[in-house]
Design a protein around this ligand. Sequence first.
Ligand code: AMP
Length: 487
Amino acid sequence: MAKSDNFDPYEVFRRSVERYGDLPALRIGDRTWTYAELDAHAASIAGWCDRNAPSGSRIAVHGRKELAAYAGILGILRSGRSYVPLHPDHPRARWQVVLESSGAAACVADPSSTRALGDLVDRPVLSNWDGERPADVRQGSEAYVMFTSGSTGGPKGVPISRSNVSAYLEHMLTHHRFTTGDRFTQLFALTFDLSVHDLFVCWGSGGCLCVPGEDSALRISSYIASNGITVWFSVPSAVALLRRMRALVPGAFPGLKHSFFCGEALSWDLAHAWSEAAPNSAITNLYGPTEATIAITSFDVRAAMAHASGTVPLGGPIGTNEVQVSGDEGSSEGELWLAGPQVAQGYLGAAEATSRAFIHLPGDDAVWYRTGDRVRKDGEGILHFLGRLDDQVKVLGHRVEPAEVDFALAPLVPNGTVLTLATTLNGTTRLVTFIDTMMDTAPLVARLQEVLPPYMIPERIIAVDGFPTTGHGKVDRNALFKIADNG
Ligand code: AMP
């Protein structure tokens, strides 16, 4: 057995059930479940999976942050199957794409989500597992499939193996000193792979996962205090929002011991403000694409705080993962490539996209994932983020390929061209879509709401009478940015 098999996500939870059965494992709003209680739910759901889906199959989880989703994820893994989360706020057409391309054989949902799914799923749906015969633990190979925005149309599914997750958990659970008294945030949507860190780093430590109730999701400061949160994990945008709400004051969060950030660039300015608000907390900047399982590089922010400005570095690879900077010979700048135990093998049913992004080098067995991120490696081997090499952007930490918006709109603009751009105002990225023919844009927004997640809906759609062009006849993006900024 490979060393990191001990850090299998279900296994780390199961060990905590054995050791800390009576301790709280999950708190949603005001309700709490112990490790033993949560495992009993998971065992019943695993039993249902055994009776309703082929072994080793994928099972969708409707990701409303209710017991069904958390026990569902555990139950699916316990049964040796893999989970595919559906975001409760995404349109049904998106769920359909995810269900079809993942081939999910069944679905776990709470009763109200089951109603929302309606006739969409012609597969067995579980919403009440009372009386289901519990199942034994089974080994599995795949842990989950997460879908990210794709530049050639629909979303891309990334299958992540249990050994990919094990490698991440091994680093997190051995490198950071969490204890059973720790209380972890759960702010990420279950469709965002950073939620996998929330769940399994917490449960692997014997801590309590604290899910904000719907009413406290916006009142983060009181959520931290009333739940005694000690471990924070969010995208930097969430902290920027706290600062705009004037909640990021020095000494505001004295109980925090660990803070993790990931998903987008963290400015030193924000890191400084956080370090003052959470004076007793270690601060770690994590970096990684979904394709490399949660996060694959790590940087200790406090160790470098004194003279820092600009963007917090990405640091170096965790565990036995490897990085290389692919650029001009002799240059320390270029595209970041990743390899190692956390890197996925490719996309679901998308051979072409896979062969573009996951490559083999001559004389090297490793699969290298080309991130599209531009980085610089300094003399000490520390990676610094310089931006993207393509059009991909982050909107509140969510990955967006503007071309996916264009693809969704194109059928409604048969006589024109659609171009979505991202502009940043006061540190907030927003999408603006241009159409090179005069038309009523109101129906277009309605159409997008039917097929895209809310964060992919452009803030504005602007129709212009032909795109401005540069001297070389190309679309003049700068002129379009000016229209977006002025309008
Ligand atoms: P996702 O697959 O949604 O996690 O998005 C991955 C992308 O987010 C990366 O390829 C980067 O462009 C960006 N990203 C993630 N973490 C960081 C970070 N700490 N600093 C800068 N960019 C980041």
